[in-house]
Design a protein. Structure first.
Length: 348
């Protein structure tokens, strides 16, 4: 007669092979043969369903577990919280964490990471930092995933000061930072418009011999642009060639926007032409930024050129581009052209 241990081993084998359907078949056979489920059995089946992205089935198993009066443990909470978090039910994941912390179930790194990740997705930066504090108080080890998720939570909410604080705490703890860590911190600084902080983080990356990626340059160039540092933004753009970093439309858009903010329409146009020559695909954001730079200086001929470029590249114009075109023609006293764009805008 097959016993519970044998079934659990079979389910565990299915888990390792990612065969969630087979795991459920074994589980159903256990129920049919009236074999008592253990915490280990449920954990294995829930985990294999979670890994197979069968989140609804994992949650159903959790419900059966409660009905069967089978005790939860740390692994149960970790797998279930991960299931909630991946199925975009971050609030339920946090509720589980609270009930876990209030009960007698011991917190671990995986569970806390799932809670912080849920906070990140829900934009709950304060709750993410509260979980991080709870980890310190309970002496639960915080790894790179922990800190990265906390920094990302702050980044998403525009809390750049908090993001930098977590970055410093991570450095003080001795946990190895990675590219994800730095990129999240730079992104937070970019959203806060604090370019000096972004440069400080890049300096830390260089000292740590970390490879800077496209996203690193994009966020920093954008931060410099917001801070009116167009010269530094273009210097950093040039550094991408030296560092052999692949740049994209976002990179050029950030650099063009930096020139636009400082009224350097010629530089913005030069960057746009370089972008076209480099065969980097243009988009509405890039063309809008270049058009805005020309519009500010009343360069209506350049705006016309850019609008033609939009049509040739089959890039869709938006309200911003139409308004920029109508504005520059209105300033130049070219009312007929301004009305033409109004008609075209109405047709679109």
């Amino acid at each position: 007669e097959t016993d519970a241990a044998a079934y659990s081993l079979a389910i565990s084998a299915c888990k390792k092979g990612g065969a969630w359907e087979k795991a459920l078949q074994v589980f159903s056979e256990m129920a049919h043969n009236n074999i008592r489920f253990s915490t280990m059995t449920f954990n294995a089946v829930i985990s294999v369903c979670e890994k197979g992205r069968e989140w609804e089935k994992a949650l159903r198993l959790l419900s059966i577990m409660a009905q069967s009066n089978v005790e939860y443990d740390t692994i149960t909470f970790s797998a279930t919280m991960s299931t909630h978090e991946k199925s975009s039910e971050w609030e339920k994941s946090l509720q589980l964490f609270v009930s876990m912390a209030q009960g007698k179930v011991k917190l671990d790194t995986i569970t806390c990471n799932a809670a912080i990740s849920a906070c990140e997705k829900g934009g709950e930066w304060a709750k993410a930092l509260a979980v991080l504090d709870e980890m310190v108080q309970c002496r639960v080890f915080a790894d790179a995933i922990t800190y990265n998720a906390a920094i990302s939570a702050c980044d998403r909410s525009g809390e750049w000061m908090r993001a930098v604080q977590v970055l410093r705490a991570m450095a003080a703890s001795g946990v190895q930072m990675d590219t994800i860590t730095y990129n999240a911190a730079i992104s937070a600084c970019e959203k806060g418009g604090v370019w000096k902080r972004a440069i400080e983080v890049i300096t830390l990356m260089v000292h740590g011999r970390m490879q800077m990626e496209t996203i690193t340059y994009n966020a920093t160039i954008s931060a410099l642009g917001k801070g009116g540092e167009w010269v530094k933004a273009l210097e950093l753009l040039s550094a991408t060639v030296r560092d052999k970093v692949q740049i994209n439309a976002v990179t050029y858009s950030a650099a063009i926007s930096a020139c636009r903010n400082d009224g350097k329409w010629k530089k913005a146009l030069q960057l746009f032409r370089t972008m076209v020559q480099s065969r980097v695909e243009t988009n509405t954001i890039t063309l809008s930024a270049a058009m805005s730079a020309c519009e500010k200086d009343g360069e209506w001929e350049m705006v016309s050129y850019l609008f033609s470029a939009m049509a040739q590249s089959k890039v869709e114009a938006n309200t911003f581009t139409f308004n920029a075109a109508m504005s520059v023609f209105e300033k130049a006293g070219l009312w007929q052209q301004s009305l033409y764009f109004l008609v075209v805008m109405a047709q679109d």
